[in-house]
Design a protein around this ligand. Structure first.
Ligand SMILES: [Fe+2]
Ligand SMILES: [Fe+2]
Length: 174
């Protein structure tokens, strides 16, 4: 099964979840990103003396920690308190959702930078630890991309006025 088919399967499974179940999965992913993935990637970059990548990952970890905290402490509880009756016109929720989607656009840009780091490593002849770092970067980017995409589609949905953005995202220009 290729990556696209796996993603589709995951997306179909995800759509059958209720809001509380989905939020539990998203929170577990936050923990994985911050406590496992990013420390490992930073350690590998450090061991390979790739200071630019190490610094970029440090900044990304700080940014994601703030973003995840906002989702977990503010946005998810508000949504759950509404029992999933997501009224896109609710002002506070709309502002919070806009903020999270804006953060996601920044994350998508950062993932493109990480992909560029990965390509550079591959061009250097990825073997041994460098190859391991490439694989881990690829895995992290894929999972982060899916995570933010799921949140955009299931959690931070927008009213019809933003259809242009939704269409752009659906075409892959995120
Ligand atoms: Fe999240
Ligand atoms: Fe998010």
């Amino acid at each position: 099964m290729n990556e696209g088919e796996t993603s589709l399967l995951q997306w179909q499974n995800l759509q059958s979840l209720d809001l509380a179940e989905l939020i539990d999965i998203l929170k577990a992913q936050h923990t994985d990103f911050l406590d496992s993935d990013l420390p490992e990637l930073q350690e590998l970059a450090h061991l390979l003396a790739d200071r630019p990548l190490e610094r970029f990952l440090e900044n990304m970890a700080e940014e994601l920690a703030i973003h995840f905290r906002t989702e977990e402490k503010v946005v998810f509880p508000v949504l759950e308190s509404m029992s999933g009756q997501h009224n896109a016109l609710d002002p506070a929720l709309r502002i919070a959702s806009d903020h999270m989607r804006e953060d996601h656009r920044s994350h998508f840009r950062h993932l493109r930078v990480l992909r560029a780091f990965q390509e550079e490593l591959e061009q250097q002849g990825a073997r041994g630890m460098r190859q391991h770092l490439c694989l881990r970067l690829n895995d992290f980017c894929n999972r982060m991309q899916l995570h933010a995409t799921w949140e955009n589609r299931r959690i931070f949905r927008r009213p019809a006025v933003t259809e242009t953005v939704a269409r752009r995202e659906a075409s892959g220009n995120q």
